[in-house]
Write a protein that binds this ligand. Structure first.
Ligand SMILES: NC(=O)C1=CN([C@@H]2O[C@H](COP(=O)(O)OP(=O)(O)OC[C@H]3O[C@@H](n4cnc5c(N)ncnc54)[C@H](O)[C@@H]3O)[C@@H](O)[C@H]2O)C=CC1
Ligand SMILES: O=C1[C@@H](O)[C@H](O)[C@@H](O)[C@H](O)[C@H]1O
Length: 355
């Protein structure tokens, strides 16, 4: 691939996220265009394809990955399909931006990280977009500059107004808490050693099989603790708040303090973002732009990642797997992870450097 030509991207899975990524690649960022669209629903593929007239529709996701003039793949299929499809990308030598999580079990993620290491070329980026959010970047800079002193504790809130009816308690860990797991590794720059999932009084709005809210406690290797309230049927709006408390002060992000309006009779207030597309729009744009730039810079043989990679996907998957054990057993569970040095390609960069 030449450096001057647009990157030709196949987008797999064009539901909520995939359709937004298609629009982002074709209209909101530069250096890439969508040339293949694939979705299990032919109707949905045609609907999204209508707005991306250059794109060829390919029903089978593995055929889509193999299309010769596809330079790179963006995976936005349901989480359970990621591992097999991401592995197929690596095996085909194609760079892939895989929406989180990289896999819904730790073994699947580890297989991808190991295969990438064998190839000796970084091809896998994982869609932990908070690392590209300006507020998260500022918080990270503050911590790294030592302005809060040594970080001791982190408090997180993650609320969604609603989730699809199929969402169960384990899905909340894989799909929602996985963001705080990655944010912890990114902000504090160390691995998570143990997880405990607690079950407060469930909301009467949660469907059967869904423990909502959940309180999750993470413990890092140096003993810092992170508490996460995850509440996915809040009915209110999309709220993601993070506060880091250090020896010399604290800092919080996600306060929705855009416009604060004062009106009569004696009222004041602002607005809560309705969903992740609005709250993290800037982060998704930066994430995909930087991935496109990295893939183009990598040419046909260099590294193609600028952000969280396969190791980050694996580390998060290992913590999620322990979290699901905790949900089942009601116990504190230690995270079972292979040493980073056994997965060579990823061992080159520390997690806090955002790979
Ligand atoms: N980074 C973020 O903030 C967000 C990430 N996500 C992630 O994006 C992924 C997609 O989520 P949504 O767009 O909300 O789901 P969705 O259900 O809206 O879309 C999934 C699409 O994939 C298609 N599909 C199903 N199985 C497939 C297969 N095996 N191969 C190809 N296509 C298949 C479906 O027909 C559907 O159109 C998930 O992994 C989710 O975790 C979702 C929302 C936000
Ligand atoms: O990734 C996402 C969704 O899949 C998930 O369901 C939400 O809870 C997250 O906030 C969103 O960022």
């Amino acid at each position: 691939m030449s450096d001057t030509r647009d990157l030709r991207v196949a987008v797999l899975g064009v539901g909520v996220m995939g359709a937004d990524h298609v629009d982002r690649i074709n209209r909101r960022i530069s250096g890439a265009r969508v040339t293949v669209i694939s979705d299990a629903s032919a109707e949905r593929a045609a609907e999204v394809g209508a707005s991306a007239s250059d794109a060829q529709l390919v029903t089978d996701p593995f055929e889509a990955i193999a299309v010769e003039d596809v330079d790179a793949v963006l995976l936005a299929t349901p989480s359970a399909a990621h591992a097999e499809q991401a592995l197929a990308c690596v095996n085909a030598g194609k760079p892939v931006l895989c929406e989180k999580p990289l896999a819904t079990d730790a073994e699947g993620a580890l297989e991808i990280a190991r295969r990438e290491a064998e190839l000796g070329r970084r091809l896998v980026q994982v869609g932990f977009m908070r690392r590209f959010d300006h507020e998260h970047e500022r918080l990270k800079s503050l911590i790294d500059a030592g302005e809060l002193g040594q970080p001791l504790v982190m408090h997180c809130v993650h609320r969604n107004p609603a989730v699809p009816p199929r969402c169960d308690s384990a899905t909340v860990i894989w799909n929602s808490v996985v963001h705080e797991i990655d944010a912890t590794r990114y902000l504090l720059g160390e691995e998570i050693m143990a997880i405990t999932v607690l079950r407060p009084t469930p909301s009467s709005h949660a469907a059967e099989g869904l423990q909502d809210p959940q309180l999750v406690i993470l413990e890092t290797e140096t003993g810092r603790m992170v508490d996460i309230e995850v509440f996915v049927t809040s009915g209110v709006g999309y709220e993601v708040r993070t506060e880091v408390v250090g020896e010399r002060g604290s800092a919080m992000i996600g306060l929705d303090v855009g416009l604060v309006r004062r009106t009569d009779p004696g009222r004041w207030g602002g607005q809560i973002t309705p969903g992740f597309l609005e709250r993290f729009g800037q982060a998704y744009d930066s994430e995909v732009q930087r991935w496109v730039d990295a893939v183009r810079a990598g040419g046909g043989s260099g590294d193609c990642v600028d952000g969280p990679g396969a190791w980050d996907g694996y580390a998060a998957a290992a913590v999620c797997a322990a979290g699901i054990r905790s949900l089942e057993t009601w116990d504190r569970i230690e995270v079972d992870m292979v040493p980073r040095s056994t997965v060579d390609a990823s061992a080159r960069v520390e997690p806090e450097q955002s790979e």
